[in-house]
Write a protein that binds this ligand. Structure first.
Ligand code: NOJ
Length: 488
């Protein structure tokens, strides 16, 4: 089953979009380190962190091992017709057993960081209640292996594998109890891992797991909520993030940094006139109102509340304070854009410019090839909210990878994609946008949710029958990028 909509333009579908109060915008300009590094026009700032990313349910397998409880993705993927070819993550890449070899793949790339996620149901099989120390042990082993190989661990606490028990008892994120349970789990993990894990992401992609899972029914738990129920679910998710930030701060070792990994909708001025740029900045706040805007500003935009009327989420001032707990860094997952233009006739001051039917896209139908998203995304985050440390926590593309006669995958489409996107990212760093690192999605092909194993995003090809990993041409490309700290 393919997604039939662009999950990254849900804000548009929600009818979000009025002019918000204009904020004073900080000026951006090349930093000293960026300037001193701008000799060839291709180099990234010194110390730029190159990494790769994966997520627990997409790679680990071993779903019944060492006391792991069931997650909503186990239930969903085992429900006939929910994923392409009824694929499940039961085995996936068997990373649970093969992680040492996978760390060697990273090492061979020269990567200095790895973003992985922790499966909540391994640590708390029921989501709350008694912990399962054997579950956390896997991450202890993984972290030690990474560090022994000179790779910094960046851990995500929630990448969609919600313990099934929380779904059954509280309706998952529909219930405030889940936000609270998430914070307890976050504090528990932080206490035990932050002697070695210095960067923690709370939640990955509200804009996907809520919209696609609780609104469109295409991902787990497969619900189609509307109105107040949907808005309250969105609210509980950002609240869970905020409470988790507080719990991590309370229990982590000093020097631990906390942030988020959000798939922001990236408004790009369709032609770079000053009017269109201003319109894109306004659009950024409104199109991300339910998630990153409230996290960064501590309030829902007037238009979000007004346009939802009686269906607007119910919250207390205390909720907003928790939700906007200060972050050490902002992680953004960027794949595609949303073109906008200035529109004086709209109270929002901007209008969407939809991608025409002929617009090039990857095999994933939502993934329009728009390299400029990797310039405008971080630029908006820095300019609107003054973020001082930004990571591109995911970027990459699906491709119709086929091994050639020599066994290699010549994914020139992925290489072209990466080169074009990195060129735009480099434009941002050269202008002083404080992007500190980039995590390529993905280290290897894996379980692509409802698309099963049909859409490959990896820079290593995975033969699922033998679990053999083979570097694709894009892995060779990325190794060169990392070695030179520059676009090649
Ligand atoms: C976003 C998600 O975080 C990840 O799980 C997914 O596989 C990639 N993007 C590609 O769709």
């Amino acid at each position: 089953m393919k997604r039939k909509f662009s999950r990254r333009t849900f804000a548009k579908l929600a009818g979000v979009g009025a002019l918000a109060a204009t904020t004073e915008l900080p000026q951006l300009g090349p930093t000293a380190s960026a300037q001193s590094n701008m000799t060839t026009g291709r180099e990234f700032p010194r110390g730029f962190l190159w990494g790769t990313a994966t997520a627990s349910y997409q790679v680990e397998g071993a779903v019944k091992e060492d006391g792991r409880g069931p997650s909503i993705w186990d239930t969903f993927s085992h429900t006939p017709g929910k994923t392409v070819n009824n694929a499940t993550g039961d085995v996936a890449n068997d990373h649970y057993h093969l992680y040492k070899g996978d760390v060697q793949l990273m090492k061979a790339l020269g990567a200095k960081a790895y973003r992985f996620s922790i499966a909540w149901p391994r640590v708390f099989p029921n989501g709350d209640g008694p912990p399962n120390p054997k579950g956390l042990d896997f991450y202890n082993r993984l972290v030690d292996e990474l560090l022994a190989n000179g790779i910094q661990p960046f851990a995500t606490l929630y990448h969609w594998d919600l313990p099934q028990s929380l779904q059954d008892r509280f309706g998952g994120w529909e219930g405030r109890e889940t936000s609270k349970a998430f914070a307890d789990y976050a504090g528990y993990v932080a206490q035990r891992l932050t002697d070695r894990v210095k960067h923690i992401f709370t939640i990955n992609e509200f804009g996907a797991f809520i919209e696609v899972g609780y609104r469109w029914g295409v991902h787990a738990p497969g619900l189609r909520l509307t109105g107040l129920r949907l808005n309250q679910t969105r609210h509980h998710a950002v609240l869970g993030h905020g409470l988790a930030v507080q719990a991590i701060r309370a229990s982590a070792k000093s020097g631990t940094k906390v942030g988020i990994a959000e798939n922001i909708t990236v408004p790009v001025p369709v032609v770079e006139t000053p009017q269109n740029v201003a319109a894109a900045e306004r659009a950024m706040r409104e199109m991300n109102a339910q998630y990153l805007t409230v996290i960064m500003e501590g309030k829902y935009t007037d238009w979000y509340l007004k346009s939802n009327g009686a269906d607007a989420p119910k919250f207390t001032p205390e909720d907003l304070k928790s939700i906007s707990s200060p972050l050490d860094f902002v992680g953004i997952n960027i794949y595609t854009n949303q073109f906008v233009r200035a529109d004086e006739s709209s109270p929002a001051g901007f209008a969407h410019v939809p991608h025409p039917k002929s617009f090039p896209h990857a095999p994933s139908p939502w993934l329009f090839i728009t390299p400029d998203a990797l310039y405008w995304g971080p630029r908006h985050v820095a300019k609107l909210w003054g973020a001082k440390e930004i990571y591109i926590t995911e970027n990459g593309c699906s491709a119709a990878d086929e091994p050639a006669a020599d066994g290699k995958v010549y994914d020139t489409d992925r290489v072209t994609y990466l080169r074009s996107y990195l060129t735009q990212l480099r434009r941002a760093t050269a202008e002083g946008v404080p992007v500190r690192g980039y995590f390529l999605w993905s280290l290897m092909d894996n379980f692509e949710w409802a698309d099963g194993y049909t859409n490959r995003f990896g820079i290593h090809y995975v033969d699922y029958a033998s679990q053999k990993r083979t570097p694709k041409l894009s892995a060779d490309f990325y190794r060169e990028v990392i070695a030179r700290n520059a676009i090649v």
